[in-house]
Design a protein around this ligand. Structure first.
Ligand code: GLN
Length: 245
C-alpha cells in the first residue's frame, strides 16, 4: 500500500512548524510499512491533482495568502474543488484552512476571494487570537482532544453545509464567539492548529491517515502502534491548559 501526498504551497504557507505535519504523516506511515510519496507544489508548479490521496496546506499571513491568489485562480481552484467533491482527504491549517472557504475580508477591509470548496467565510478583526489552545473533536471526527497553538485575526463563520471539527475547551477557535473550532466537509479537515498539529495529537494524525487509506484501499485498516511518547507530549499540554482554564 502507498499514499500520495500533495504539499500545497510549502514555499509560502508554513508557519510555526506546519511542515512538521508532513514529516509526521510520513513517519507514521513508514512505521506501519506503508509507502508514502510527498510532492511539494509551490507557486507556479503544475501537477495532476487528481492523482493525490491526501493534501496538506499550512498557514500563512495575510500577505502570503494574497501572493498565492493568482496561482490559485489559474486552475488549481477548480482542481481542488473537484478533489474535495471526490472525497480526497485534506488537512488545512489556519491560512490554508481559510483558503478553502469563500473569502477572507482582512482587518484592513481588503477582500481575498478564495476557492469556495467549503461553505464558510472569514472576517479579519482587531482581536489577535493567539496562544496555546485545546479543542475536543466531535464524534464524527474521532472524539479526541487536540492541543496546539493558534494565531489569527481572522474570524471564521461556518455555513449550513459544513460542520465544526470540534468544540473549544481553551482558547478561541474559529471566531472566539461560538465555541466552535475548525471545519469538516466530506474528507476535508480544517483547523487553526499550528504547532505543528499532528506530532502531539497521534489519535487525530491516525484519523487523517485512516481516512485516506480507506478512501484509497477500501477495508484497509491502519495497524495500531505504541504512542505512549506522543501521548505524554499531548497530555503535558492538555493538563497545563486544563489548569489555566
Ligand atoms: N492571515 C490569517 C489570519 O491572521 C491566517 C494566519 C495564520 O495562518 N496563522 O487570520
Amino acid at each position: 500500500m502507498k499514499l500520495s501526498i500533495c504539499h500545497l504551497y510549502p514555499d509560502v504557507l508554513n508557519l510555526y512548524g506546519d511542515t512538521g505535519n508532513i514529516l509526521c504523516l510520513k513517519k507514521r506511515l513508514e512505521w506501519r510499512g506503508i509507502g508514502c510519496e510527498v510532492t511539494p507544489l509551490p507557486i507556479g508548479a503544475k501537477a495532476d491533482l487528481a492523482r493525490f490521496d491526501l493534501f496538506f496546506i499550512g498557514g500563512g499571513q495575510d500577505f502570503e495568502q494574497e501572493v498565492l491568489l493568482a496561482d490559485l485562480h489559474g486552475g488549481k481552484d477548480r482542481a481542488l474543488r473537484s478533489a474535495v467533491e471526490d472525497e480526497k482527504v485534506f488537512l488545512c491549517i489556519c491560512g490554508g484552512y481559510q483558503m478553502m472557504g469563500q473569502y477572507y475580508r482582512t482587518h484592513t477591509g481588503e477582500q481575498l476571494d478564495f476557492i469556495g470548496a467549503l461553505d464558510f467565510h472569514t472576517v479579519g478583526s482587531d482581536l489577535r487570537m493567539i496562544g496555546n489552545y485545546m479543542f475536543t473533536c466531535s464524534e464524527k471526527n474521532g472524539a479526541s482532544t487536540v492541543v496546539g497553538f493558534e494565531n489569527h485575526s481572522g474570524k471564521t463563520f461556518l455555513g449550513d453545509g459544513v460542520s465544526p471539527l470540534g468544540k473549544v475547551v481553551s482558547g478561541y477557535g474559529n471566531n472566539g464567539e461560538d465555541g466552535t473550532e475548525g471545519a469538516r466537509y466530506k474528507n476535508v479537515f480544517g483547523a487553526y492548529c499550528h504547532g505543528p498539529m499532528l506530532p502531539k495529537n497521534p489519535a487525530f494524525a491516525d484519523l487523517i491517515l485512516q481516512t485516506a487509506l480507506s478512501r484509497r484501499y477500501p477495508g484497509a485498516a491502519l495497524p495500531q502502534r505504541d504512542d505512549s511518547l506522543e501521548r505524554r507530549a499531548h497530555d503535558y499540554m492538555a493538563n497545563r491548559l486544563a489548569r489555566t482554564n
